[in-house]
Design a protein around this ligand. Structure first.
Ligand code: M6R
Length: 364
């Protein structure tokens, strides 16, 4: 049931604060991550030498966030593989390598086959899955169920945010077991994660603002999402969301990569959605924004910087809440989801049922 919402996608966007709470709350004990309910022992995390995340689409982009987070926080090598590529490669997986497969449905055939392959190399396989008892959940050595509830819209929204939240819990647990972080750091990290639902709830209510600004985008042929670090990983999800339901061709670029080719595509009025939430690269992203703005781009900027106004270095500034940098992406992705949703609705499309796409891809 849509419960009064015009589309399942909008309903599911609104369900995110509750879905995140449902997913993280049972896995936090005394302020620290705890996977007792999932029966994942600490020994699973011990001796972990490296991690490969394998998934498709949005689930893979959640893995990209996990990669950037874990590498910067724990200095453990993390690779993200597209499941349909991984399954036909000779994977470099050792017995202490951890393989994390991510899937909302738990039935995506490429992800399932990738898991079957990974199971031949290591016992450290873990599935982050939403659907209980699904094939991927049954065949992985350990399962961390996300508690998003049923996701009906083809475009994944709440499943993504709970997958990302699961990576935050896992990063913290792994860091503690491997003595990469101490309890004080972990408690502070988890306390910030617990605040995410309250932080994003007011942003979802800003839907009117987003609806207005997408009016400038609906006739665009192309749109670009740019950012650095975590913001870049998030941009990939923003671009996928926009293209799958609004049919506007959208690509994500690491902002520093623009001048290696992509900037040639920037001309008058081309929408560029930029995120600048990471302090250590903030000035770099701002100078990349100036470069696209100078070439006529219509720039929507998401940042925490309160000194930026509309029509300054950007055309529209969307204020992100003042959260620690590692957590800003939860806020930004909600805005991306709403941009995609309203671009689709503004074009008279049904965002719940984009052409050519199925909710679960069970054939190759
Ligand atoms: O069920 P899964 O998470 O394994 O599905 C993976 C992708 O097919 C899925 O995320 C797809 O990219 C979504 N339609 C994106 O919104």
């Amino acid at each position: 049931q849509k419960e009064g919402y015009p589309h399942y996608m909008l309903k599911e966007i609104h369900e995110q604060p509750a879905a995140i709470t449902r997913t993280i709350a049972p896995r936090i004990k005394n302020g620290l991550p705890d996977f007792t309910e999932d029966a994942i022992p600490d020994s699973f995390f011990e001796n972990c030498s490296d991690i490969t995340v394998v998934a498709c689409g949005t689930a893979m982009y959640a893995g990209m966030v996990g990669r950037t987070l874990i590498q910067s926080m724990l200095k453990i090598p993390v690779t993200v593989a597209i499941a349909s590529e991984f399954r036909y490669e000779e994977p470099v997986i050792g017995e202490n390598s951890m393989v994390i497969v991510v899937s909302q449905s738990g039935e995506t055939i490429d992800t399932l086959e990738a898991l079957r392959l990974a199971n031949k190399y290591t016992k450290k396989t873990l599935a982050i899955v939403n659907v209980k008892g699904s094939s991927i959940a049954r065949e992985s050595n350990y399962v961390l169920y996300t508690h998003a509830g049923p996701e009906i819209a083809v475009a994944s929204t709440k499943a993504y945010t709970v997958q990302v939240a699961s990576f935050y819990l896992l990063a913290c647990k792994l860091g503690l077991v491997l003595h990469k972080i101490d309890e004080t750091y972990a408690k502070d990290f988890i306390a910030t994660l617990q605040k995410v639902p309250d932080t994003i709830a007011p942003l979802i209510e800003q839907a009117d603002t987003i609806e207005q600004l997408t009016k400038r985008m609906i006739n665009a042929q192309n749109a670009f999402f740019i950012g650095r670090g975590l913001d870049y990983t998030l941009s990939m999800e923003g671009a996928l969301k926009l293209k799958e339901i609004s049919y506007i061709h959208a690509e994500a670029y690491a902002a520093g990569e623009l001048k290696h080719g992509t900037i040639a595509l920037i001309s008058e009025g081309v929408p560029v959605i930029a995120v600048a939430s990471q302090q250590h690269v903030y000035s770099k992203v701002i100078s990349n924004i100036r470069e696209v703005k100078a070439r006529g781009a219509y720039v929507i900027l998401l940042s925490k910087d309160q000194s930026i106004t509309d029509n300054s270095i950007c055309d529209v500034h969307l204020q992100l809440p003042d959260t620690p940098d590692a957590f800003a992406i939860f806020s930004a992705v909600v805005i991306f989801q709403l941009i995609a949703y309203y671009a689709s609705v503004g074009k008279g499309l049904n965002p719940d049922q984009p052409r050519n796409l199925a909710k679960s891809v069970t054939v190759e």
